[in-house]
Design a protein around this ligand. Structure first.
Ligand SMILES: Nc1nc2c(ncn2[C@@H]2O[C@H](COP(=O)(O)OP(=O)(O)O[C@H]3O[C@H](CO)[C@@H](O)[C@H](O)[C@@H]3O)[C@@H](O)[C@H]2O)c(=O)[nH]1
Ligand SMILES: [Mg+2]
Length: 203
């Protein structure tokens, strides 16, 4: 990078859950000219996304929770999502994936495998998401899930056949990118799996 980017000033515009910072900087354009710019960055640290799969029945565990930005947009606000959470200082991605799966879905994870780490909105936020595929057993629950009530979480747990979850993406029933990506990954690497739907089961 060399002298391509020079940060000149950083202001914190807001600091509640995460800091919102304004950077004044100059950078070198491809034609060699220097340009001064100001950009705001929502300084969210790394997070995890975890999609648990029962490989025998080809089902996945998902969550449903209220999301204010969808409400503000006039969309259905109770979004179906893969379990996700921010990595707290001192924690690592794998530990956070296990903790979030327990808190949000009451799910004890077996095999846990990171498949990719992606920026979801790099024009706006520094947040990078570590995506995990995990395995779970339908009978093994560590708790009720639901999230942390004291933090305002009210999370419903859904168990769906992978093929049905993927069909919902096509119908617009799943509109969250961090959920579509691991579902698509599973469809690519293993296909829909079990051909007959599993019996209804509470995860
Ligand atoms: N006080 C306060 N609390 C907040 C705010 N926003 C969220 N929270 C609380 O902070 C916790 C966030 O829970 P996580 O499980 O860590 O995050 P998430 O809401 O599931 O969102 C995850 O996915 C997003 C992508 O879709 C990510 O952008 C996000 O960083 C995180 O990884 C929840 O208890 C929520 O109520 C806020 O503005 N103020
Ligand atoms: Mg969460």
């Amino acid at each position: 990078m060399g002298d391509e980017v020079e940060i000149k000033a950083v202001e914190t515009l807001a600091e509640d859950r995460y800091p919102l910072r304004r950077y004044s900087f100059s950078h070198r354009r491809r034609d060699g000219a220097r340009q001064d710019l100001r950009r705001e960055v929502y300084a969210i640290g790394p997070s995890v996304v975890v999609l648990p799969l029962d490989p025998r029945r080809s089902t996945v565990l998902l969550t449903r929770q209220f999301r204010l930005p969808a409400q503000v947009n006039g969309d259905e606000p109770r979004l179906i999502e893969a379990c996700a959470g921010n990595i707290e200082q001192g924690d690592d991605p794998t530990g956070t994936a296990r903790k979030e799966a327990e808190e949000e879905m009451g799910c004890a994870l077996r095999e846990l495998r990171e498949v990719f780490a992606l920026y979801m909105s790099p024009g706006v936020t520094a947040e990078k998401l570590h995506f995990f595929i995990a395995e779970y057993e339908p009978g093994e629950r560590s708790g009720e899930g639901g999230g942390l009530r004291e933090e305002g979480e009210d999370i419903e747990v859904l168990e769906l056949p992978l093929a049905e979850a993927w069909a919902m993406v096509g119908r617009g029933g799943i509109v969250d990118a961090k959920t579509v990506l691991p579902l698509q990954h599973l469809m690519l690497v293993r296909g829909p799996g079990a051909s007959s739907p599993p019996p209804p089961a509470q995860p």
